[in-house]
Design a protein around this ligand. Structure first.
Ligand code: FES
Length: 103
């Protein structure tokens, strides 16, 4: 898989995220300061959907069930209990559409 169009830029609220399921893969697309970022939408600690249980702290997304936090730019864990990073995808905007590199 390569670059996939997941939705339109205006669909994602500034400072927050929206879920998309390109090719059936659940991803979360974030918009911060006009830039877009993408990660898996599945919490690595207990498997819940982040779009249903999250709070944003700038570039950190928190799963509100057990307070796990990751950096949305890299997927790295910034607050445990879990130690497994979120899969991060390269995202970009082209002509008001959001593309995510699904490799
Ligand atoms: S299910 Fe996400 S931190 Fe527990």
């Amino acid at each position: 898989m390569a670059k996939v169009k997941v939705g339109e830029y205006r669909e994602v609220p500034e400072g927050d995220m929206k879920k998309f399921t390109p090719k059936g893969i659940p991803i979360a697309v974030y918009k911060l300061s006009g830039q877009v970022y993408a990660t898996s939408n599945i919490c690595t600690y207990d498997g819940c959907f982040l779009d249903e249980n999250h709070r944003m702290h700038g570039y950190m997304v928190e799963c509100t069930l057990h307070n796990e936090q990751w950096d949305i730019r890299t997927g790295e864990v910034v607050n445990q209990p879990a130690t497994e990073k979120l899969k991060a995808y390269k995202a970009e905007v082209v002509d008001d559409d959001i593309y995510v590199d699904m490799i």
